[in-house]
Design a binder for this molecule. Structure first.
Ligand code: PGA
Length: 248
């Protein structure tokens, strides 16, 4: 089980340091075997890595929120996967719906970014999810299935990636998908994954979209839910720790 915090474009250096210190302390005392990952803004990665590794047995991994498909070059404002790896990251998020919407990223571009991440030795968390219009038109499975297949490079091994299912209409809105809908979609994603490669039966499929301490247990208890990708509630130590506790 992976409990991941997507900080998006939030936090200051001081706030990041105290949040990570609280999370590291929690990890040192946590009983379960869930893994915690935080995705800070790129300029805070150094600070977060320093705060996490300075604390014994932090059990906390760090990731970038995006990477470029190329390893270096003339791409102003972008960040290359090898830079994230050198800064101390183990993970990178690719294909978050905010990147797909704000930066016009297609699934083919997401797959190129995922390839770059793997070349750099990072694990990749590939985000997928339908819009409200697509769900209301009865196309959620079709859209998400295609996003999974098209965003996932051929030949990845099961220990190199995770999938995060985040219905766009549930992100930052307080509208969480019902456990039945999450169950149906995660079963569908599992079938799509194992249709590609039988070893993908053990890939963690995270749910994201308004996960909070009071709904985490119901969502994380579902068979094919392998964790949570948390936005707003990952910025508060108490809430994020409560969600991690719900993962066991
Ligand atoms: P939210 O964001 O938890 O604030 O809905 C989730 C995400 O976008 O990863």
């Amino acid at each position: 089980m992976i409990i991941a915090g997507n900080w998006k474009m939030n936090m200051t250096r001081d706030a990041a340091r105290s949040l990570v210190t609280a999370l590291s302390d929690d990890r040192a005392n946590a009983a379960g075997d869930s893994q915690m990952v935080v995705f800070p803004p790129a300029v805070l990665i150094d600070t977060v890595c320093a705060a996490a590794s300075g604390l014994a047995a932090s059990g906390l991994a760090v990731g970038g929120q995006d990477c470029h498909a190329m390893d270096s070059g003339a791409h102003t404002g972008d960040i290359a996967a090898p830079m994230l790896a050198e800064a101390g990251c183990q993970w990178v998020l690719v294909g978050h719906s905010e990147r797909r919407a704000d930066h016009g990223e297609s699934s083919a571009m997401v797959a190129d970014k995922a390839r770059a991440a793997i070349r750099a030795g990072l694990k990749v968390m590939i985000c997928v999810g339908e819009t409200l219009d697509e769900r209301e038109a009865g196309r959620a499975n079709e859209v998400v299935g295609a996003q999974v297949l098209d965003s996932l490079p051929e030949g990845l091994t099961a220990d190199q990636f995770a999938i995060a299912y985040e219905p766009v209409w549930a992100i930052g809105t307080g509208k969480v998908a019902s456990p039945d809908d999450v169950d149906d979609m995660h079963n569908h994603i599992r079938a799509v994954l194992t249709g590609r490669d039988a070893s993908y039966d053990r890939i963690d499929i995270l749910y994201g979209g308004s996960v909070k301490p009071d709904n985490a247990e119901a969502l994380l208890g579902l068979d094919n839910v392998g964790g949570a990708l948390v936005g707003g509630a990952s910025l508060k130590a108490d809430d994020f720790i409560a969600i991690a506790r719900a993962a066991g």
